[in-house]
Design a protein around this ligand. Sequence first.
Ligand code: CMC
Length: 374
Amino acid sequence: MDTVNLGLEDVFIKYTKLTYIDGNKGILRYRGYDVNDLVKNCTFEEVSYLMIYGELPNSGQLKSFVDDLRDHYKLPEHVLDLIAALPRESDTLTMMETAFASMSSGDYKWNQEDDRKQAAKIMGEDLGIISNIYRHKIGLELKNPDRKYGYAEAFLRNCFDNITQEKIDAMNSALIIYIDHEVPASTTTALVASSTLSDMYSCITAAIAALKGPLHGGAAEAAYHQLIEIGKPENVENWFNENILKNNKRLMGFGHRVYKTYDPRMKIFKGIAEKLVETEEQKKNLEIAKNLEEMGVKTYGSKGIYPNTDYYSGLVFNEIGFPIYMFTTLFGFSRVLGWVAHISEYVEEEERLIRPRAIYTGFDKRDFIPLADR
Ligand code: CMC
């Protein structure tokens, strides 16, 4: 008998050499390298090269790749105009969708050489788009990032007047952490679009739509809102009992379809948050988060529900200086690379139109009733 795999749970939709996850042991590797090693030792540009070309670059390869990226920090004029034309209160992911959709030429031909060039171009433009979305949100005039700087630094300099090396390092780590995570909803959406041989910009636009929801990219915002709602470390237990246990609600930033233990990315974000906290407000929020983590693990750990990457990432983004409405977009900023790497791999190596079936459960054949008789 035919069965439906709701949520495509445990369905494998592609082979990949990009990302390995062991959900029981809490392991995440990009092209064989542990995410912890990459975060500790690499710039985002090096890991981007690794994802696109398959190997970590030597210094010559890195220099030419970085030059290529920086050539594309500058956005086409129409993209800046479009972002500026959107109402400032628009959702930042809507702005991101608009910007990416507007760059689709619709005539892109897929092949490895062009895909790699296109990937570097998109990564450069991505930096210009996200930093200018932030500039528009806070009412600053839009401007192209400065090609003098590396990726994380150029991004923060285009957003803020005052940045520190610690914040640049935190941004670099956050960018690496979010690059890829196999085939979550957004990447699967990008793959579905790419399987029709649509163009890369359109595939990214489709993926952004899937990233938006609170069950995927939106969880960091939801998790951070919980901390604000709780207000004080001593309120955690009461809030948890009233809001989560009594109302049978989900603890945001907890649980994962693949991880049944601590998400390794969450541990990195927690470490960064601990290093970055400065103000009393931030220290208080971190303490609330830690108390809530303890309650959550005590209650749900036995069911394999642990904090995921989005649990502490909001704290880190906020400590860097970003407001809550930017969190999901910052996730998307980095994930663009994962989408591009996956769709290139899929189209170049195993392209097949993704066209599943649905089991019909509606009426049997019915006699048509004319409008006048209904
Ligand atoms: N809080 C409380 N209970 C939970 C949670 C949670 N966060 N997550 C799952 N459960 C329970 C759920 O109620 C169900 O219980 P029961 O079997 O008694 O009905 C059981 O765990 C299985 O839940 P499920 O929804 O079938 O599991 P799933 O694999 O679809 O869940 C998830 C994955 C991420 C949608 C879910 O854990 C969730 O909603 N978490 C909160 C949102 C969140 O933090 N999302 C970010 C995911 S990580 C970032 C990313 O990769 O995008």
